[in-house]
Design a protein around this ligand. Structure first.
Ligand SMILES: [Zn+2]
Length: 351
């Protein structure tokens, strides 16, 4: 029997159902795990995605032919029974479960096992073969408990208020921005949002997510709240002096899993780095591999070799799947995901 999922010209492909998962360009039928730009590409004829993520996906892709599934609802496509299960990465992000003649594959998409106030909790799905993302699949990536990180952000914001400085926190517009907004102490002061963040906040509110009130960060709002506000903006805005100048001399910070590596923090010209990721760390990936019961594990995104080696040494049948976007470092309006930002020669463990 052929593999249920293969890497084809346009990305992950299921021949038995004749559909792609997160294809790299427009195809006839696309199952989309979540709305980040490197997973949800425009131009496919038909899309299938989670009902929970619909408002956010439509905000990104506009007028598309979209069918949605509730969590665990099944749909037969060709010879395959397809269902979607929460991936914990961003609101509505899904793992794709595929079943044919009793054989089960799961494609995780991006995921995390740490809790998040906005995304539905990751659900373990039993399978024979797991195709897992591996964005942070190096032993150096082990996340601190998020509660401590939220506290550190609140403390930084308070110290800035005491010093009369506005706080500007760079976070991806879709996912990380809402994660932070839902986690900070919103009663401490005014919350401002860059336009790209505000748009995604509104899509989340349409999807029924409760977020604290955020004001659009125009010049007037920036002046009125100077020295008090926490501003959430996509990483690219930090390199735009024209946009930043309305905040006077703000204190800046970046919230990302990449902050785990000191050198990267230096390269970003932010005052602070908070280690907060929407991806699984080394331990998280291993936990999911074990709990899924999978005997075969395909790894995609990031530096997959160390994880492939570790799994093979420990009894799994593991392999790497090529990813199209590796090495294309670009941060544009927060529309991209963390993995797209991975630069050439990502720091090896211990460096
Ligand atoms: Zn993503």
């Amino acid at each position: 029997m052929s593999d249920l999922v293969q890497v084809a010209e346009d990305g992950l492909y299921c021949p038995a159902g004749d559909f792609h998962i997160d294809p790299w360009r427009g195809v006839e039928r696309a199952v989309v795990t979540h709305a980040h730009a490197d997973h949800a590409r425009w131009g496919s004829e038909h899309y299938l995605a989670s009902a929970s993520g619909e408002a956010i996906l439509r905000e990104r892709l506009g007028d598309i032919s979209l069918e949605t599934l509730d969590w665990a609802e099944t749909r037969r496509i060709g010879e395959v029974i397809v269902s979607l299960h929460p991936a914990g990465h961003v609101r509505g992000s899904a793992q794709v479960r595929l079943e044919r003649d009793g054989e089960v594959w799961v494609v995780t998409g991006d995921y995390k096992v740490h809790p998040d106030p906005v995304a539905e909790a990751f659900e373990v799905v039993r399978c024979h073969t797991l195709v897992s993302e591996c964005t942070f699949g190096l032993p150096v990536y082990r996340w601190p408990e998020p509660e401590g990180v939220y506290q550190a952000i609140d403390d930084w914001w308070r110290e800035n208020r005491e010093a009369g400085r506005t706080s500007v926190l760079f976070a991806y517009a879709l996912g990380k921005a809402q994660h932070v907004l839902a986690a900070v102490d919103a009663s401490a002061g005014p919350l401002l949002a860059h336009g790209a963040v505000q748009k995604m906040n509104e899509a989340h509110r349409r999807a029924g997510v409760e977020l604290p009130e955020t004001r659009y960060a125009d010049t007037e709002a920036a002046k009125e709240t100077r020295g008090e506000a926490l501003v959430i903006a996509p990483p690219s805005s930090g390199g735009r002096p024209g946009w930043m100048k309305k905040f006077g001399r703000p204190s800046t910070a970046f919230a990302s899993g990449w902050m785990r590596v000191r050198g990267r923090r230096r390269r970003r010209s932010a005052d602070r780095g908070f280690v907060l990721s929407d991806h699984a760390d080394w331990d998280g990936i291993l936990q999911v591999v074990r709990e899924s019961g999978a005997e075969r594990v395909g790894l995609t995104h990031g530096k997959t070799e160390p994880m492939v080696r570790w799994l093979r040494e420990n009894g799994w049948d593991a392999w790497s799947l090529p990813t199209r976007y590796e090495g294309e470092a670009d941060v544009d309006e927060g529309a991209v995901d963390e993995e797209v930002e991975a630069p050439e020669g990502t720091e090896a463990p211990g460096s």
